[in-house]
Design a protein around this ligand. Structure first.
Ligand SMILES: Cc1cc2nc3c(=O)[nH]c(=O)nc-3n(C[C@H](O)[C@H](O)[C@H](O)COP(=O)(O)O)c2cc1C
Length: 494
C-alpha cells in the first residue's frame, strides 16, 4: 500500500440515483396465489410474457401478501366481526415480541424480524373474508430463493424486494417499505462523500430499497390484483451474492456521480437484506410510543433513586435544585400544612456546619471509647457531605401548622406525624433529583446534632433537622435496581 492509497476497501463511486430513466410497471392477469403455488414459475412466465419482458438489472417487487399465500401463512378466520377481531388480536400477540405503542385499539408492535408496524403485519385485506394473513416468516430468505429461481428460469439477473404497507412516525398516510430483499443494495451511505460545493455528507444513508418499494406501489396499487411490479433502470444497485456490484448490471456505476461516495468498508458489509434496514429497539430514538415511554418513566421514577456516594465534579444547575425542591413540596403533609424547609448550604456556612458536626460526633465517639484509626475511619464517613457538589439540609418546622394538645401523648404523636411528613418530602426530593439525572445520598448526621445545626445555620428553634442530602451528578452510571418482591414487608389482614 502506498501513501494515500486505500486499503482493501471497495469504493462506491456513484450516487444512488439511477444513471438514466427509471420505468416501472405491474403486469395484469396474475392468478390468485394459493399455498404451494409455483411462485417463481408463474412469475417468470408472466413477467417474460409481458411486453416489457424481463432483463438484467430489473428489480422484481412483490407484495408480501403473495408470499403469505404461497407459504401457507394464511389463517382461517371467523367471518363474525367480533370473533374475527378476537382472533386478529390473538395473532398480533403471537407475532409480536414487544409492544411499542397502543393507539386506541391498534397495537404497534415489533415482530420477530425486528419490524415495527401496526398489528404485527396481521392483515385482513386482499384475502378471502374467512381468512387473515400473517407476514412471511423470513422474507429475506424468500426473496433470495425467488431471485435465484427467476435468474435460473429466465436467465435475467434480477433483484427481488418483498414489500408491506406501513405507517410512518411523524407522517400521516402509509407507504410500502421493503421487508425482504435479495440481490441489491438496500441502502447507500454517503458518509465521507463530498458534494459539488465541497460539503461533506455525514449522515445521509438513503434507504433505496424502501424508495423502490414505495415507487412500485404506485403501479401495483391496492385494489387492482396487481401484487407484483418490475422496476427497470436501477441495475447500478444490484449486487452479487458476495455484495460486489453485479458486473452484469452495474457498468454505469463507476464515476457516474458528480461527487465521490466512499464505500462502507468491504463488500461483505454492503447492506443487502431488508433486515439491514431495521434499527433495533435499543438504538432507536423512538423505541416506545409517547404514552408508553411516559408510563415507563413514571413506573421507574421511584426505584431509579439509589444512594449515590461518589459524585463527578460537574456543577449542579441551581434551577434543577429549585425544581426538585418544588416537586418535593408536593409531598403529603398533615393539616394541609407545608412544614418542610430545604436549606441549600454553601461556601463558608457549609464548612462551619460540617466542622461543628464533626466536633459533636467526635465527642460522642470518644465518649463511646473510640480512638485512633477506628475513630478516624468513623469520622471519615462524614466526608461525603464535604465532597459532594451540593448540600441540602432538610428541616421540619414544628411551628408551621402543627396542632397543640394539652396531653403529652397526643403532643408526641403530632411530632411523629410531622416527622414522617418530613421523611416523605425528603424522599420526594431524592426522587425528583434522580428524575433529573442527579444522584443523592441522605445522611442522618444533623438529626444527632440538632442544636448545633440550628446554631450554625441560624435557623429558628422550631426547625428540626432531618439529616443532610448530598447532591451531585453520579461519578459512575447508576445501575438499575433489581426488581424486588414486596415479600414479608407486604401483608393483608382481613
Ligand atoms: C434517615 C436516613 C439516614 C441515612 N444516613 C446515612 C448515612 O449517614 N450514611 C450513608 O451512607 N447512608 C445513609 N442513608 C442511606 C441508606 O444507607 C440507604 O438508603 C440504604 O443503604 C439503601 O440504599 P439505597 O438508598 O441505594 O436504596 C440514610 C438513609 C436515611 C433514610
Amino acid at each position: 500500500m502506498t501513501d494515500g492509497a486505500l486499503p482493501e476497501i471497495r469504493r462506491w463511486t456513484a450516487e444512488h440515483a439511477a444513471p438514466g430513466d427509471v420505468t416501472l410497471w405491474a403486469p395484469d392477469g396474475l392468478p390468485e396465489f394459493r399455498p404451494g403455488a409455483d411462485l417463481a414459475g408463474i412469475l417468470a412466465e408472466a413477467l417474460t410474457a409481458d411486453p416489457h419482458g424481463l432483463t438484467d438489472g430489473d428489480v422484481v417487487v412483490l407484495t408480501s401478501k403473495v408470499l403469505s399465500k404461497t407459504e401457507g401463512r394464511i389463517v382461517p378466520a371467523p367471518t363474525d366481526p367480533e370473533e374475527r377481531d378476537a382472533l386478529r388480536r390473538q395473532l398480533v400477540e403471537q407475532e409480536s415480541v414487544r409492544l411499542v405503542a397502543r393507539v386506541n385499539r391498534t397495537l404497534i408492535t415489533e415482530n420477530r424480524l425486528g419490524i415495527v408496524q401496526a398489528a404485527a403485519g396481521v392483515d385482513g385485506s386482499n384475502v378471502e373474508t374467512g381468512e387473515l394473513a400473517l407476514l412471511p416468516t423470513d422474507p429475506d430468505a424468500s426473496a433470495a430463493a425467488l431471485a435465484a429461481d427467476l435468474r435460473r428460469i429466465t436467465g435475467a439477473r434480477v433483484a427481488v424486494l418483498v414489500t408491506d404497507t406501513m405507517g410512518r412516525a411523524w407522517r400521516t398516510g402509509q407507504i410500502d417499505m421493503a421487508i425482504g430483499a435479495a440481490g441489491m443494495r438496500v441502502s447507500v451511505g454517503y458518509d465521507g462523500a463530498v458534494d459539488r460545493q465541497g460539503n461533506e455528507l455525514l449522515v445521509t444513508d438513503v434507504a433505496v430499497a424502501d424508495e423502490v418499494a414505495a415507487a412500485a406501489d404506485l403501479v401495483k396499487g391496492k385494489l387492482g390484483a396487481r401484487p407484483v411490479a418490475v422496476v427497470r433502470g436501477l441495475g447500478h444497485l444490484l449486487v452479487d451474492d458476495d455484495g460486489n456490484a453485479d458486473p452484469a448490471t452495474s457498468t454505469d456505476l463507476a464515476g457516474s456521480g458528480s461527487g465521490t461516495v466512499a464505500g462502507s468498508g468491504s463488500s461483505a458489509d454492503v447492506p443487502r437484506t431488508a433486515r439491514d434496514l431495521v434499527r433495533d429497539g435499543e438504538s432507536d430514538l423512538f423505541r416506545l410510543g409517547t404514552a408508553e415511554a411516559l408510563a415507563q418513566g413514571r413506573r421507574e421514577a421511584v426505584p431509579a433513586r439509589r444512594s449515590v456516594r461518589r459524585f463527578s465534579d460537574a456543577p449542579v444547575e441551581p434551577e434543577l435544585l429549585a425544581e426538585a425542591v418544588a416537586d418535593a413540596l408536593t409531598a403529603p403533609a398533615p393539616h394541609h400544612s407545608t412544614p418542610i424547609r430545604f436549606v441549600r448550604v454553601t461556601g463558608q456556612a457549609r464548612v462551619r456546619l460540617l466542622d461543628a458536626l464533626r466536633a459533636d460526633w467526635e465527642r460522642d465517639l470518644r465518649a463511646d471509647g473510640h480512638t485512633g484509626d477506628v475513630l478516624a475511619r468513623r469520622l471519615g464517613r462524614g466526608d461525603i457531605l464535604r465532597e459532594c457538589p451540593e448540600l441540602i439540609v432538610p428541616f421540619v418546622d414544628d411551628a408551621s401548622g402543627a396542632h397543640t394538645y394539652p396531653d403529652e401523648r397526643r403532643a408526641a404523636c403530632e411530632v411523629t406525624m410531622f416527622t414522617v411528613a418530613g421523611g416523605a418530602a425528603v424522599q420526594s426530593l431524592l426522587v425528583a433529583l434522580a428524575a433529573r439525572g442527579l444522584g443523592s445520598c441522605w445522611i442522618g448526621s444533623t438529626i444527632f446534632a440538632a442544636d448545633t445545626t440550628r446554631r450554625e445555620l441560624g435557623v429558628p428553634d422550631t426547625w428540626r433537622p432531618l439529616g443532610g442530602v448530598a447532591v451531585g451528578y453520579p461519578a459512575e452510571p447508576v445501575p438499575a435496581r433489581a426488581a424486588r418482591p414486596a415479600g414479608e414487608a407486604y401483608l393483608t389482614i382481613s
